[in-house]
Design a protein around this ligand. Structure first.
Ligand SMILES: Nc1ncnc2c1ncn2[C@@H]1O[C@H](COP(=O)(O)OP(=O)(O)OP(=O)(O)O)[C@@H](O)[C@H]1O
Length: 264
């Protein structure tokens, strides 16, 4: 049985709107999968995360976790956003301690171990406002994994960090996911095609809004993947080009509609 299922999901934020955010999206995700989602701005990627997190309900269709409908947030799903994933009134250490407590495990030592793991133990007593973007995201990822949730919903978690930190955080995420022994499932929204290929088992491509699943592509590379070799692989370049041309075709189609007076 699939771990996460979106079944015929449509979503309109307001009854007056004639342009839904999502239109009949169906998707099944198996336990242990690493899924990346790409698509143009406004195609409903964050809305899909919000549905899976239980922060909003669909206008029609069902969202299932382990076969049961999702009707709200729960400790079984950790969410990491591009920013503001941490409690700003708690130090880095207390943010992790809070997550451990929720997971039924407490302890300063364990919390410090998590901070060490992500390389920010020195900043344990700093508040999020005193940390750089990259450091904040390291703590946010540590906090998500300290929760011990089986599902990780990540909305452009590395979008605001510099290239060096991004590489570090991608590898850290892979390591934590793999340490789950096939039991951790990641649903990652990204604008970065290379990131999607490097990290994911499957890449879901959305159409421009109203979002539909345009295509699902398998990533044909064994793990562990080596960045430097991967980019020179012919299959890598083909996959990258496929994704780019799918996104470009959609964009050109949208522009043609606007030029034709249809409007978006
Ligand atoms: N809270 C909201 N109220 C009303 N409309 C919303 C709300 N959140 C999103 N939308 C609309 O729903 C559509 C999908 O937005 P969403 O943020 O899910 O897209 P996205 O693919 O994540 O975009 P981006 O890549 O730019 O972050 C957009 O048209 C957006 O304006």
């Amino acid at each position: 049985m699939a771990l996460l299922t979106l079944e015929g999901i449509s979503l309109s934020y307001s009854r007056e709107s004639n342009r839904p955010a999502l239109d009949n999206v169906s998707l099944t995700i198996q336990e242990g999968e690493f899924i990346a989602v790409v698509g143009p701005s406004g195609c409903g990627k964050s809305s899909t995360i919000a549905l899976l997190a239980g922060l909003i309900e669909p206008s029609s269709g069902t969202v299932l976790l382990d076969g049961k409908p999702i009707h709200g947030p729960g400790p079984d799903r950790a969410v990491v956003f591009q920013d503001y994933s941490l409690f700003p009134w708690m130090t880095a250490l207390d943010n992790i301690k809070f997550a451990l407590k929720r997971a039924g495990a407490a302890g300063k030592k364990q919390a410090l171990d998590y901070l060490k793991l992500v390389g920010v133990a020195d900043a344990a007593h700093k508040y999020p406002g005193e940390l750089s973007g990259g450091m904040k995201q390291r703590v946010a990822i540590a906090r998500a994994f300290a929760l011990g949730a089986p599902v990780y919903l990540m909305d452009e978690p590395f979008g605001a960090v510099d290239a060096k930190n991004r590489i570090y955080l991608q590898d850290l995420l892979l390591r934590l996911w793999q340490e789950g022994g096939g039991k951790k499932t990641v649903f990652l929204v990204t604008h970065d095609i290379d990131e999607a290929i490097y990290l994911a088992d499957r890449i879901v491509i959305f159409t421009p809004g109203p979002g539909k699943v345009r295509r699902i592509l398998e990533v044909p590379f064994d793990r562990p993947r080596k960045r430097n070799y991967l980019v020179h692989d012919k299959k890598y370049q083909e996959l990258r080009n496929d994704i780019l041309s799918l996104l470009q075709d959609d964009l050109i189609g949208e522009l043609a509609k606007v030029e034709g007076g249809e409007g978006i």
